[in-house]
Design a protein around this ligand. Sequence first.
Ligand code: ZN
Length: 419
Amino acid sequence: MIPEKMFHSLLALGESWRIKQVEYVEKAGKVLIRVEETAALWPAEKCPHCGRATVRGYDHAPERRWRHLNVCQLQSEIVCALPRGECQACQKVYTVRAPWEGRSRGQTQEFEAFALTLMREMPVKKAGEILGETDQKLWRMLFAHVAAAWAELSWENVVWVGADEMNRRKGHNYLTVFVDLAAKRVLLATEGKDASVWERFAEQLLAHNGHPKAITQIAIDMSPAYIKGVRENFGNATISFDKFHVVSQVTEAVEAVRRKEVRQDPTAREQLEKTCWLWRKNPESWKPAEQTRWEQLKDKPLVTGLAYAMRLQLQRAYATASVTEARTRLVDWCAWVRAEAQALTSGLLEPMRKAADTVERHLEGILGHWKKGLTTAFLEGLNSLFSATKRKARGYRSTEYQTAMLYFVAGKLQVPYYG
Ligand SMILES: [Zn+2]
């Protein structure tokens, strides 16, 4: 098979186009695939203005190039002066669209598909190095595909929603991410973490064939702004506070106790040095060194140790399958924490008492965890998803890049998208 014929079938050009020449340009290290139209193009062509099949060849546009898949590890490009047609019915002249053209200018669909596959597996920067393209160019391609595919998404079956904030440690550039808990996909990422993000989500639901009134369950953290936003925009929804956020709030309280104790007590300061991560983990996740450290500390009269035991006890409340039993365990937990805090004149357990107040105040929502059917597992996995997203978008911190990458990796979009 001669190369021209082979490339013709590889590019699936059909009868309307032919390969004029395949040329290896040694100096540039490139393979140029020169393509031109055949006489079969015009009878099959429909005028983009009036839709009639009354187009004749007029002239040619200036030559253009499209990056294509590598050939024998050499970059290849399609070179073509696209024909311009004139409609005999409406007299308009236009440039024929190249069937191989990707969503971004100067790249074929096959090249885009390959680049997007790489970008799913590695940071964009790395994909750029492999492909010999700037990462800006790859990002532009990703934006174009993601935006087109996202706009077409239907959210008509969305009834269980979760929301969480990304970048919570940065102090700025907050993103609230809304997810479909049943279909396990990211729906929307929008800037901010105040009540107004819920308004924007309601608007987008309507724009994607969904409806705020169809949402029956919403899982969030206990932030007052989120609660307000849900109440104002999603009147039919029951709020539940997911386990991950409840436990992590109490974990933060343990850390606050540790910091207080280190400040107040020189002996404790020595004992608690470099134990921050120990108290953040569950015993089964401790490394051998952390286990040893614990053995040394467990009999010391540390308030941090007591606070840690309180957190573990709260987690045990989640072990029951019965909502009645869970209610009893949580109420008992709050009473126990408050009693211990009151008995301690140093005030070191104050952060734990506050956490107990929060749990009590949000008890009904916390018990939503035991409601039949609602799974927040996807919501609990969001933090690792966020980290993966940031790794892939390395060097690009703006919300625009993070949002596109989030939709790309977790939005279940149809990408590449040429619809
Ligand atoms: Zn026409």
